[in-house]
Ligand binder design. Structure first.
Ligand code: ADP
Ligand code: MG
Length: 289
């Protein structure tokens, strides 16, 4: 590549909060025809809040919140933050904590076995979801994430959590499509929540309910279709997918892992920066030819 054109483009990018690590990523960016977005923290703010707690008869909201928040104190997932902010101080200490990536968390609270996470997690531990299924479905329809809470093998409640879509997401996605790009949303969240969010953002292609390995698999599949893939994420559960993509694009608000995995870092962590990066790389490559 022509060094001056690369320097001009990366310099101009830096002015717009885009850190592009050299000529090779810049060239690959220009060839990208598919942009895959991780949902949480990328298309959304990644700062979810509890909107509602629904319990089974005989259990109260505070009990469910207390059990769930105790466990989530040990978790680094953004969803944990929502429960902790709502619960406040003075939660009991959990024991035998375990994070089940892409599913939830498990552990012991005051001698009780507690699970917090997706419906799939409940099913994996043979917890019956019949009684609260409608509650969870309603939350998902509204674009909220339903966190199931079980105690000693019984579903006790649903904590509905909502994350805000970034204000520029819809416009930025429309801009990408106008550039002729295929735009895909990839998430570990459930299908229905993902569809509701995708609709709000103006996205027609969604891959939902995938574990971190599933995110890697989705990127591999697209590349197998000869797509040139830019994966945009925050590094929470998606670092391997970022590494496998033709170009890994990370939001600076994400984890340190992501900053290493990504060849392009967006300091402004807005969605529009992705469009800017692609447009910049394309014009730089036109100059070189
Ligand atoms: P995303 O792809 O949106 O970043 P993740 O793969 O991190 O989502 O998580 C997928 C799903 O697993 C979440 O929507 C949630 O249902 C469940 N989950 C993951 N971590 C936690 C946690 N710490 N507490 C509760 N639920 C969790
Ligand atoms: Mg994520």
């Amino acid at each position: 590549a022509v060094p001056t054109a690369v320097m001009v483009a990366t310099g101009r990018g830096a002015g717009e909060g885009l850190l592009i690590k050299g000529g090779a990523p810049l060239e690959r960016l220009a060839k990208v025809d598919t942009v895959v977005f991780d949902k949480t923290g990328t298309l959304t703010q990644g700062r979810p809040e509890v909107v509602e707690i629904v319990t089974v008869i005989g259990t109260n909201q505070d009990e469910v919140l207390r059990m769930a928040a105790s466990l989530e104190r040990a978790s680094e997932h953004p969803l944990a933050g929502a429960l902790l902010r709502r619960a406040g101080e003075g939660m009991p200490e959990a024991e035998h904590f375990e994070a089940l990536t892409g599913l939830g968390v498990r552990g012991m609270v005051e001698g009780h076995a507690v699970l917090v996470g997706s419906r799939t997690l409940m099913e994996q531990y043979s917890v019956s979801t019949a009684e609260l299924a409608d509650v969870a479905d309603d939350a998902a329809h509204a674009g909220q994430t339903a966190l199931w809470v079980s105690v000693d093998g019984l579903a006790k409640g649903i904590v509905a959590v909502a994350d805000t879509i970034k204000p520029d997401a819809a416009a930025a996605v429309a801009g990408l499509r106008a550039l002729g790009l295929r735009v895909v949303m990839l998430t570990g969240d459930n299908e229905r929540t993902a569809q509701a969010m995708a609709h709000a953002v103006g996205l027609s292609e969604v891959i939902a309910g995938v574990l971190p390995e599933g995110k890697v698999e989705a990127v591999r599949k697209l590349r197998g279709e000869r797509r040139v893939v830019a994966m945009v994420g925050d590094g929470v559960n998606d670092a391997p997918a970022l590494a496998l993509a033709d170009v890994g694009v990370t939001m600076a608000s994400g984890s340190d892992v992501a900053l290493e995995a990504g060849e392009v870092t967006l300091m402004r962590s807005d969605v529009h920066s992705v469009t800017t990066a692609l447009a910049l790389s394309r014009s730089a490559m036109r100059v070189m030819r």
